[in-house]
Design a protein around this ligand. Sequence first.
Ligand code: GLN
Length: 262
Amino acid sequence: MNMKKVLSLLAAGAFAMFAFAGCGGDQAAAPAGGDKQAKVLKVGSSIDFPPFEFQDEGQKDYQGFDMDLIRAIGKEMGREVEIQNLGFDGLIPALQGKSIDVAISGMTINDERKANVRFSEPYYQSGLTMVVRQDEEAIKKFADLKGKKVAVQIGTTSAAEVKKIEGVEVKELNTPADCFMELKAKGVDAVVNDRPVNDYFITKNAAQGVKTLEEKLTAEDYGIAINKDNEELQKEINAALKKLKENGEYDKIFAKWFGEKK
Ligand code: GLN
């Protein structure tokens, strides 16, 4: 009798422990802060901008500085990151239409864009430079572009800046790769594009027959773009970015893609 009672008590105890453990397990699996944070972070990027975002042939995952950074930010926020490849000029409309939560795409922070989206704190210092053919003699600086044909990526700061230079014929193409191809094919005399992307193109792709010029047309900061209504998300992104800068993770990602500390 006694033994039966002891056994049933033990069983009840074991059941309680099991139930408690199970419950604890569930709680641990649920992200802190409820399902708002459990949501996937929908990221848009124009995957044509090495070393910030690109896809190698035969590789499933998108690669690059921005891709590593946004994955690290997502991890910091406890959110799974899902990246969609969109045209650069489609990123702000996608944010406005809420089909994505954020855009990370080497996007320069400027006032015109600030009218439509929020930006995170700056995460990379960039600027515009120019690429010409190796044998180019006439173009040594931006002022020499008068009367010349220049390729730029559509919807970019390069497009906006080159249009300001008087007497330039501007060809707006879909990707920087299209611009470089056009330069080599002699359809244009120069390409204006972001400095780190030009440098990467020249060195990593062992681009032959072209050179990048020293002069910088602008200094620009990249930011992560967020829907204008979502101040909360902007704060969370900034907090995560700050944390990654403090804990050395940002520096690690930077060194991976640019070799040296900023
Ligand atoms: N930084 C430039 C801009 O914001 C180019 C960005 C890009 O082509 N991905 O317009």
